[in-house]
Structure formats: structure tokens, C-alpha cells
Design a protein around this ligand. Structure first.
Ligand SMILES: Cc1cc2nc3c(=O)[nH]c(=O)nc-3n(C[C@H](O)[C@H](O)[C@H](O)COP(=O)(O)O)c2cc1C
Ligand code: SF4
Length: 604
């Protein structure tokens, strides 16, 4: 905290603000975390609070408003004692989430997406996928996850809300998230003693372990597949202002619809993830680490902090680590606040610095200029877990399975029309067909690989493999059977992207909305060949000119639908031109209301 700062008293009724500010060192780069905590404490971030924070942090109120406005979980107004957010993932929609949301709303006398109830008890809205589609439908209540929703659970929640009972007094059973593991392989089935990667570091040294990592061929598990050893080496070799001024960031944002495999690692294998991060710090020369945990996984925050505290106590982190291994490194957890774009690494860095999550221009890349200008390694949760285990068991162990360009295994989040949704660890190279058989898919029509931003694969291609050289994925596989309306599926994705576009560049900001409207027109059976062509062209422009990966991949599934599932839009393609609205029925409505009016007049 800047000692010269003038501490003006906080607004009335908000006496704990100075304490909250102090907990984050009163630093403006911790603004997002401060705002999240202010809201948790006071339910909203009102004008007086913004003005007070602006003064304390030497920011303009407009800057703070800009941050509040950017993150969908932050709000200036009171959303009521209970803010209920229903996950609007397509899988959960198909499982009846919307009917459950309507039931909850009608029991509580509000509308979904509508105003706060007059007695300020509650509000209900939809939110993007909350990482529970293997045990959905699911919702968040004041940020806490309730999975496995049924009508009985919805009625129980309605009663608890109506009673106004504090969340801490709700039955804990409601909040139980199952690990959801269906198949274990290299990573999940192998023992990893506490701090084993650091023992290996002490024994073999950083250079030797980096070589092992290189030989293992480990590539990033977050989607893009960049070689991990190369990333670490680039960061180690980047000029830093002092030897240990590098930063390690774990990307635990897991926002891709249909992905939930990092949830398992964070919930059950956090020691390995922290081990991998600390190993990375030892190799590259970093003293600071962050886990960027998606706000939707708020329920994991305390257990993760407890694990960090335990590691400090046993000498695996913090000052005690220095005595043992000769370098000091510690890890802080930052929460996200409901913005999918913050999974993109440069947007994540902006968010870590307390700002709106707009993706940066690159170069410079994070390895040379990352968090607050320091060279930074950003890796996915699973990548850190794999790196820790390679340090212990060696490159050969890891390369025993997988394919030529994709060594090791991949954790896959499988959901949708199958008997056994959940997390499957498979060697790279597994075919979709094998996966579909294992998870009990019946009559699958399509598999959406890699989330809303990924490929929609038809049944004739189920021989294709999960691998960087074929179907690359961060881990999401959503299965749709023959009865499913694939146009409704891509509409859900289009809604998602229109909502999640950060608005920074025009092709994506405008394009995602136009795509959404175009698909709506097809759904209303008013589309034509001209509309299909327009959608294709628009998708091409977005792919070529968007600033970041969100805009460039937002139409992949739509294009696959048009190319690979031509029967879905076959009839539309036969129509040369279709108006955006139905003139006949509009005229019919006008005629009917005119007739009704005339009858009224005559009657009067
Ligand atoms: C829109 C968008 C969202 C992303 N979301 C995530 C995410 O939630 N988790 C993740 O690990 N990587 C995500 N990525 C990829 C990251 O930018 C980055 O490549 C990754 O964190 C690097 O780690 P890795 O090399 O271990 O995969 C996203 C990328 C884009 C374009
Ligand atoms: S492509 Fe979309 S998400 Fe990415 S910077 Fe542009 S507007 Fe933002």
C-alpha cells in the first residue's frame, strides 16, 4: 500500500472497504480482485464505492466503471440477496435447463433475465457454460455451483431462497460436484508423491529437466499446442530486469463450452499443478506465480488456497522453498469474473493486471513481455500437471503412448447424448469411434470437437483421431444424436460468441451479431441461398480480419454445418431469395387487426 496515500473514510455502511483494499496491497493492478471482494461483501459496487476506490487507487471513476462493465459477474446495482445464474450451455439446454429456469422463475415470481424482485430477495438470469455439462443442468447461486438440477432440486432451491436462508445454512449436499472421472491413463493413474517434481529438480537440475521436457514432446493442453519446453526456454532466455523477475501463470479459465477437465485437476490434483508451476519457476527463474481461476469455479478457491498454505508449511513454496532449493517462489490465486475471452492468454494478462480483458497486440509475446512487462510463461492446468510428471518419470515414460506429433495422453470432457458423460483420459490418437463406444453414445449424428470454437464432425468421419495432426482439442467433446437439431446447436454457439465478443475489434463485434441474426433467419425458415452465401462470406471476413482467436474461430462450427451437413440447409439452398420477414403473415396480422378495429367501431 502506498503509505503517502490519503485515507479518506469509506462511504457510510461500507466500513470494511479499507480492509479489503489492504488485503490486495491497495494496488490498482489488483483492481479486479478488489471489485470481486467488494461485491461479495456488499452485493453491488455502487457510485460512492467507485468514487472512493478511484481516489484510493489513483484511477478515474471511468476506468473502474469500464472494468465493472466488462465482466458479466460484476454489477453496479444490487441483484438481490440471491443472484441465480443458470448455465446456458447447449448440452444443458438439451437436458431441459430452460424449462427448469422457467420453473424456478415462476415459483419465485420473477422472469429469467428480468428485474430484481421487489423485495430485493433475488434475480435470475442465464450465463455461459459453467463447466458442469457432465452433471448438468447446473446453476450458480451467488457464485456457488449447484449441479445435477432436477425439478425436485429446483423446488428445494426456491424454498431456500424464499426463506432467505444464508447460503452457509443450505444443505451442503446441493453443492457437491462429483469428480466425474470415467477413464484414467498416464496422468491420472500414476502416483505422484508430494513435491516429487521439485525433488527431481534438486536431483537433476533445471537444464536436464528442460531437456527431458523437450524430448517428451509435450505440447500445450489448452488448445493451441505450442511446445512447452520451447516456451519455457524462450522465457528463461528473455531479458529480465533482475534474475528472478519472471512470472508463471496457470490458465485455469476453462471457459470453452463443454470443457470441464481442468475442474477435475483443480479439485483432485492441485498438488501436481502447483508442483508443475514451481518446477517451471525453478527452471526459468521466476519468483511470482498466479493461477487465474475462472469465477465459475469459485467453490474451488478456498481448497486451492488451503493447498498453497500447506505447501508453504512443508517447504514446497514460499520462503521455505528458498532454503531447500535456492529459489523463492510463491503463488497467488486470482479469480475471473465471467468473461470467456480472458482464457485467451494476452486478455488473461490484462485481466490479471486488473483491467478489461482485451487481447493484446502480439508480438511482443508473453514470454518476453507478459504480466506487468515481465517475461511470463502461461500454460494450461493440464500442461503443468503433465510437466511435473514428466520431470519425475522421464520423457520415455511419457512418449510410451500417443502418436508421432502428439505424445502422451489427453484429458477429454465428454458430454451430450451418451450414457456415461464425464472425464476420459486417453492416449492421443484415439478415434472418435472408440470414444463414442466407450461413453455409450447411441445413434450419434455429430461430435463437436473443441467446444463452440471447434469442428462439427459428421458420422462418416468418426474414424478421425484426437491428435494435433488431426483433430486438436483443448478437451471438449459434445455428442449430438440423430434427433438433435444442429441448426439450434450452431445458434447456441452464435449466441455465445455474440455475448462473449469483447467488442475490441469491428469484424468480431459486428460479425458475431450478424451471424446470430443470419442463423435466426434460417431458423425462422426465411432463409435463402443468398443468406447462406452471405453467412459464408461473413465468416471468411471474420476469420481473416479478427484481432484474436475468438473472432477467427467463432464460425468454424457454422461452416462445418454448411459444408458437412448440407442436408440441414438443403431446402434453404433451393430458395434463391428470402425476405427477412414474412410479408404475407405481417399483412394478414394487419388485416385481422383492421377487421377487429372495424367490428369494434361498428359495435360502438
Ligand atoms: C478465445 C480463447 C479462449 C481461450 N481459453 C483458454 C482457456 O480457457 N484455457 C486455456 O488453457 N487456454 C485457453 N486459450 C488458449 C490460451 O490463449 C493459451 O494458448 C494457453 O493458455 C497456453 O497454454 P498451453 O500452451 O499450456 O496450452 C484460449 C484461447 C482463445 C483464443
Ligand atoms: S476478435 Fe472478438 S474477442 Fe477478439 S479482440 Fe476482436 S472483438 Fe475482442
Amino acid at each position: 500500500m502506498n503509505e503517502n496515500r490519503q485515507l479518506t473514510p469509506p462511504p457510510e455502511g461500507r466500513e470494511q472497504l479499507p480492509e479489503l483494499l489492504q488485503a490486495w496491497q491497495g494496488e490498482s493492478h489488483n483492481l479486479l480482485q478488489i471489485l470481486i471482494e467488494v461485491q461479495q461483501r456488499y452485493r453491488s459496487i455502487d457510485r460512492e464505492t467507485v468514487a472512493w476506490l478511484a481516489q484510493q487507487l489513483r484511477l478515474s471513476p471511468l476506468q473502474i466503471d469500464g472494468v465493472i462493465d466488462f465482466y458479466s459477474f460484476l454489477h453496479p446495482d444490487d441483484p438481490g440477496q440471491f443472484r441465480l445464474l443458470i448455465s446456458d450451455n447447449i448440452i444443458e439446454q438439451l437436458q431441459g435447463s430452460r424449462a427448469l429456469a422457467e420453473r424456478l422463475a415462476s415459483r419465485l415470481g420473477v422472469t429469467v433475465g428480468g428485474a430484481v424482485r421487489a423485495d430485493a430477495r433475488l434475480s435470475i438470469d442465464y450465463t455461459s457454460c459453467i463447466g458442469m455439462s457432465d452433471q448438468g443442468p447446473a446453476l450458480l447461486v451467488n457464485g456457488w455451483t449447484i449441479p445435477a438440477l432436477t425439478t425436485a432440486r429446483i423446488d428445494q432451491i426456491a424454498e431456500l431462497v424464499e426463506e432467505g436462508r444464508e447460503l452457509t445454512a443450505w444443505p451442503q449436499e446441493l453443492f457437491r460436484v462429483a469428480p466425474g472421472v470415467r477413464r484414467s491413463d498416464l496422468l491420472l493413474a500414476t502416483e505422484h508423491p508430494d513435491g516429487a517434481a521439485l525433488t527431481a529438480l534438486l536431483r537433476d537440475g533445471g537444464a536436464a529437466l528442460l531437456q527431458q521436457l523437450e524430448q517428451s514432446g509435450l505440447r500445450g493442453r489448452g488448445g493451441a499446442g505450442f511446445k512447452t519446453a520451447l516456451k519455457w526456454k524462450l522465457c528463461r532466455d528473455a531479458a529480465a530486469s533482475s534474475p528472478n523477475q519472471r512470472v508463471v501463470v496457470c490458465n485455469a479459465d476453462e471457459g470453452e463450452p463443454g470443457t470441464f477437465k481442468d475442474r477435475l485437476l483443480l479439485q483432485e490434483y492441485a498438488d501436481r499443478m502447483f508442483d508443475g508451476m514451481t518446477l517451471c519457476a525453478g527452471i526459468i527463474g521466476a519468483s511470482t506465480g498466479f493461477v487465474y481461476l475462472r469465477g465459475e469455479y469459485r467453490y474451488l478457491l478456498e481448497p486451492l488456497r488451503q493447498e498453497l498454505a500447506r505447501r508453504r508449511e512443508v517447504g514446497l513454496l514460499g520462503a521455505a522453498l528458498h532454503d531447500r532449493l535456492g529459489f523463492a517462489f510463491d503463488i497467488e490465486i486470482h479469480l475471473g469474473a465471467g468473461a470467456y475471452i480472458c482464457g485467451e492468454e494476452s486478455a488473461l494478462l490484462e485481466s490479471l493486471e486488473g483491467k478489461r480483458g482485451h487481447p493484446r497486440n502480439r508480438p511482443p509475446f508473453p514470454v518476453t513481455r507478459g504480466y506487468r512487462g515481465y517475461p511470463t510463461v502461461i500454460n494450461n492446468v493440464e500442461t503443468f500437471v503433465a510437466a511435473a510428471m514428466i520431470a519425475v518419470h522421464g520423457a520415455e515414460w511419457f512418449c510410451r503412448v500417443g502418436s508421432a506429433a502428439s505424445s502422451g495422453t489427453k484429458l477429454l470432457s465428454i458430454s451430450g447424448d451418451c450414457a456415461r458423460p464425464g472425464i476420459y483420459e486417453y492416449p492421443y490418437g484415439v478415434t472418435l469411434q472408440q470414444l463414442l463406444e466407450e461413453c455409450g453414445a447411441v445413434d450419434p449424428q455429430a461430435v463437436q470437437v473443441a467446444g463452440a470454437a471447434g469442428r462439427m464432425v459428421p458420422a462418416r468421419d468418426f474414424g478421425r483421431r484426437i491428435a494435433f495432426e488431426d483433430l486438436a482439442t483443448g478437451g471438449s467433446l459434445m455428442i449430438f444424436n440423430q434427433q438433435r437439431d444442429l441448426l439450434a446447436v450452431v445458434r447456441n454457439f452464435a449466441d455465445f460468441f455474440a455475448h462473449e465478443s469483447c467488442g475490441f475489434c469491428t469484424p468480431c463485434r459486428v460479425g458475431t451479431t450478424l451471424i446470430q441474426r443470419g442463423i435466426a433467419k434460417l431458423q425462422a425458415d426465411q432463409g435463402s441461398a443468398e443468406d447462406l452465401e452471405h453467412l459464408r462470406q461473413l465468416a471468411g471476413v471474420m476469420r481473416r480480419t479478427s484481432h484474436c482467436g475468438l473472432g477467427t474461430t467463432a464460425t468454424v462450427a457454422l461452416l462445418d454445418l454448411l459444408e458437412q451437413f448440407a442436408h440441414v440447409t438443403h431446402q434453404v439452398a433451393q430458395r434463391p431469395f428470402g425476405p427477412a420477414f414474412d410479408l404475407d403473415s405481417a399483412l394478414q396480422e394487419a388485416r385481422e387487426s383492421g377487421e377487429a378495429h372495424a367490428t369494434e367501431q361498428q359495435g360502438g
